[in-house]
Design a protein around this ligand. Structure first.
Ligand code: PMP
Length: 402
């Protein structure tokens, strides 16, 4: 029956992890996958998560199904975290929200909702480059996927002029535009607040639909409210945004799959109708979401003490990454005098850095130095720590000097 099924290509990011696992060299480093590691290179369970779990255990919640749109108190708190407590549509009761299977599930629900109910367009514009999964998520949901300029390989920064030109002149009116709210993956390059304001104006002028993916709130600057600037600014300008939230990175809840999808609507009546259609989309997909992770996140978001601890712990993760950026820059530039300009390592933001290393150099790094990263030269800064950073820098130096 399945003889005509062709073998598909392996996932480019998870493939890196497999090669890493098979490597027996003790010096090996995996900078492929975007999961935080502590300074000992170990996965990190946040202290606030451990406390929330023991609170939950003591309360012995039952294992009943959650509603289709999940734990209502969790989505309420998630939306407050993203939009801010004084957000006008939040206060007006016009934000429709549902729990989701982490950020990926939020994107999928959002894409499916827009494909069914957004009346104006079936075209989505993604930044070039974007997170690899954006393309199949939107394509499988029935969208035509196109790109807008974003990263400039010559400066290793934002190509803002080309971005503006594409949104102003290439994207047809009403197109959906996917925006990484902060800590752009894979480049680590974000617009400045002033540039965000211009993008917001362009979206308004060209009637583009802003669809935010916020997978790293708190991870970029260490402050959850600073990282929400773009979303909050767009909303303050009257945009009715779509928003995908993930608690994988900022609460370290990766495998618990905690997220939310929300849409700003015109008024509570419209919200109620959107709510009903979100349920109709979700019910045949997975019926209702898992409870445990949402309960953890909700316990943290609703408990003053745990919330304060969470903010400290997110900042701790962000700060460790920033320190690694500074150290890597200093070793390459000052100690090793590695050819090239490495300032982008420091200026890029969030979990990833686009090093500018070429594909052949990444292959050589894996084969000769046991250092693994994606073929586009993206490294997860969280994979670096005090014990491996010098070895990594020396390996990069070797690859660059050839
Ligand atoms: N969007 C972006 C930009 C991401 O980097 C990620 C995680 N790699 C996600 C969404 C979704 O991740 P998750 O489904 O684990 O929340």
């Amino acid at each position: 029956t399945w003889s005509a099924v062709p073998a598909g290509p392996p996932d480019p990011i998870l493939g890196v992890s497999e090669a890493f696992k098979a490597d027996k060299d003790p010096r090996k480093i995996n900078l492929g996958v975007g999961a935080y590691r502590d300074d000992q290179g170990k996965p990190y369970v946040l202290g606030c998560v451990k406390k929330a779990e023991s609170i939950l255990e003591a309360s012995q919640p039952d294992k009943e199904y959650l509603p289709i749109t999940g734990l209502a108190e969790f989505t309420k708190n998630a939306v407050k975290l993203a939009y801010g407590a004084d957000s006008a549509p939040l206060k007006a009761g016009s934000i429709s929200a549902t729990q989701s299977i982490s950020g990926t599930g939020a994107l999928r629900i959002g894409a499916a909702f827009l494909a069914r109910h957004y009346p104006h367009s079936k075209v989505v514009y993604l930044p070039s480059p974007s997170w690899g999964n954006h393309v199949p998520i939107f394509r499988d949901s029935g969208f035509e996927v196109r790109n807008y300029s974003y990263f400039d390989p010559t400066t290793l920064g934002l190509n803002f002029e080309a971005l503006k030109t594409d949104l102003l002149t290439k994207a047809p009116e009403h197109s959906v535009v996917l925006l990484h709210a902060c800590a752009h993956n894979p480049t680590g390059v974000d617009p400045t607040p002033e540039q965000w304001a211009e993008i917001s104006d362009i979206c308004k002028e060209r009637k583009l639909f802003p669809f935010f993916d916020m997978a790293y709130q708190g991870f970029a600057s260490g402050s959850t409210s600073r990282d929400a600037f773009a979303v909050r600014h767009f909303v303050s300008q009257g945009h009715q945004v779509a928003l995908c939230q993930s608690f994988a990175k900022n609460m370290g809840l990766y495998g618990e799959r905690v997220g939310a999808f929300s849409l700003v609507t015109a008024d509570p009546d419209e919200k109620a109708r959107v709510d009903s259609q979100l349920k109709i989309i979700i019910r045949p997909m997975y019926s209702n979401p898992p409870a445990h992770g949402a309960r953890i996140a909700n316990t943290i978001l609703s408990n003053e003490e745990l919330y304060a601890q969470w903010e400290r712990e997110v900042k701790g993760m962000a700060d460790r990454i920033i320190t690694m950026r500074e150290n890597l820059y200093n070793i390459l530039t000052n100690d090793l005098k590695t050819p090239g300009e490495w300032g982008h390592i420091k200026s890029q933001i969030g979990m990833f850095s686009f090093t500018g290393l070429k594909k052949a150099q990444t292959v050589a790094l894996a084969e000769k130095a046991h250092v693994y990263m994606t073929a586009d030269g993206r490294i997860s800064m969280a994979g670096l720590n005090a014990s491996n950073i010098s070895y990594f820098a020396e390996s990069v130096d070797g690859a660059v000097k050839g």
